[in-house]
Write a protein that binds this ligand. Sequence first.
Ligand code: SF4
Ligand code: SF4
Length: 408
Amino acid sequence: MGNKTKIAIQKIKNEDVKTSVFSALELINAKELMQKENMVVLLKPNILMGKPAERGVNTHPEVVRSVIQWVKQFNPSKIYVSDSAGGQKPGITETAMKESGIQDICEEEGAICVPFEKTEREIYKVKDALELKEISSSRLIREADLIINIPKIKTHWQCTLTCCIKNMFGTVLLANKAKTHAQAAILERFCSALVDIYSISKPQLTVIDGYYCQEGQGPSSGDVVKLDIILAGYDGVALDTTVCKIIGFEPTEILYLEKAEEKKLGTTDLESVEFLGEPIESVFRQFKRPKLKPISMPLPKWLADYIGKTIFKASVKFDSEKCKLCSTCWTNCPVNAITPPAELKKGNIPKWDNKKCITCFCCVELCPHEAVKFKLNYVKNALFSWMGLGCIAFLAMIIVLILWILNL
Ligand code: SF4
Ligand code: SF4
């Protein structure tokens, strides 16, 4: 079979998830990745929101447990299970981790369950960027010896499918997801952004949760499909292409796959895949497509960039009652957007430079006294942008014109 990339497909029989995960990983000989001693392993499941496992929204906790147990055989020094949930409210990922059942299984298995936004930040430069030149994310992505992507098979109202490539959007922190959506408002540009985001981590191994999936109006309000399969492989693009074949979608419908292949992140050519375990035909199940049409504003690039950077810009606020002027925020800001006040005395607060800030949320997460909060104020941002001021000026002119006409 030469240099073909391996993909294993296994059925889940009698709810025995562990056997399926272990045999899929054995079929592709994944233990070859575990040769180093004391490895730091990062698992990236899909933890979108606090929903029970059987609703098919988040990666099933038993799939995460099985991957942890498989990794534990090789005596790693640390296993992290991380994601950044949908939404922008601080604490939202912790809630999702708890209510999805994933935090509990991490505690039982001795893995560290931590939201990406609670870890140290790092700015990643994107090589041959299609849309995003740099991405603010977790330092774990660079520090991990091995990243295992554990996505779930779901339809997605905007991208049609969410699985391997789309799952790494969770490495973008909280409100920065909204900013990315705004900046890349056209679907084509959003798919380019997804490929850039995937490229900074490019997980070496993927285990796909095809246990409880979603069809139709996924990724959170679709109908549950108990597909009962596990896939394992190394090439996320080839795996997403395989999932398309299993659920009856054409890979060409999924815009980010072509872009990912162009960026040399993997292949959509299933002739270059060595399939192991169950054949695709034996696990085929036609999925309903999402009916919603994606909201995709055909804005010129400069306008979309402008809106993304202004209207969706989070503001950092300091609480003068809580701030102890401990210096943590200004010494840890990666772009020096925070400076100490002129005088270090109680009641004064650090200064924040809106123009320099890249909304990495480090200051919010690291402040030991919970004295930093971030806020996304769309209306204020819009009003105080050049676009808002232009609109106000235009409205004022219309009112003046009407009054002038009435006076005549
Ligand atoms: S980290 Fe918190 S307490 Fe320390 S200076 Fe900054 S805002 Fe104040
Ligand atoms: S001010 Fe805070 S959110 Fe902005 S870049 Fe600095 S640490 Fe990050």
